[in-house]
Design a protein around this ligand. Structure first.
Ligand SMILES: Nc1ncnc2c1ncn2[C@@H]1O[C@H](COP(=O)(O)OP(=O)(O)O)[C@@H](O)[C@H]1O
Ligand SMILES: [Mg+2]
Length: 141
């Protein structure tokens, strides 16, 4: 199943994130796909806000992992760009987070290889026709 949303602004992306937040369960893995600047971090900000995060989300690029405790669950935002393979990803606590029931939001999920479970969510961002337009596809496969 795949759902597709055409949004025309950051607010539109936040709205999709807000609806998606209602679907999330502890232990879910969410792969965030799309080029630099496509909106992966912006979507995560909307998701965290919808779940009642206590502080703002910034890009995890220079930290690799950033934890966002929310009223409903622990969101863990990972940017795996600088990692190489699943062994690297294990060293940042992947299994511990899942065992604790965290939701993992993963940029550059290809680095995690087989660690991505078959029931992971895949949220893909592509640029639209105008500067602030994006196409967001949501799938679980
Ligand atoms: N509809 C939109 N959704 C998400 N970001 C948008 C949108 N329109 C414009 N932008 C801008 O595009 C940039 C997206 O950056 P970011 O979310 O950090 O991308 P990524 O994490 O995919 O590299 C931000 O500067 C944001 O303000
Ligand atoms: Mg980002």
């Amino acid at each position: 199943m795949e759902e597709r949303y055409d949004v025309s602004s950051v607010e539109g992306t936040w709205e999709v994130a807000r609806k998606f937040a209602e679907e999330l369960k502890p232990g879910d893995v969410v792969c965030l796909e799309g080029d630099l600047g496509a909106g992966k971090t912006t979507f995560t900000q909307g998701l965290a806000a919808a779940l009642g995060a206590k502080r703002a989300v910034t890009s995890p690029t220079f930290c690799i992992v950033v934890e966002h405790p929310t009223e409903r669950m622990l969101l863990v935002h990972m940017d795996l760009y600088r990692l190489h393979d699943a062994d690297d990803v294990l060293t940042i606590g992947w299994e511990d987070y899942l065992a604790r029931g965290a939701v993992l939001l993963v940029e550059w999920p290809d680095r995690a290889g087989d660690l991505i479970p078959p029931n992971a969510w895949h949220v893909k961002f592509t640029l639209g026709e105008t500067e602030d337009a994006r196409v967001i596809s949501l799938a679980r496969r």
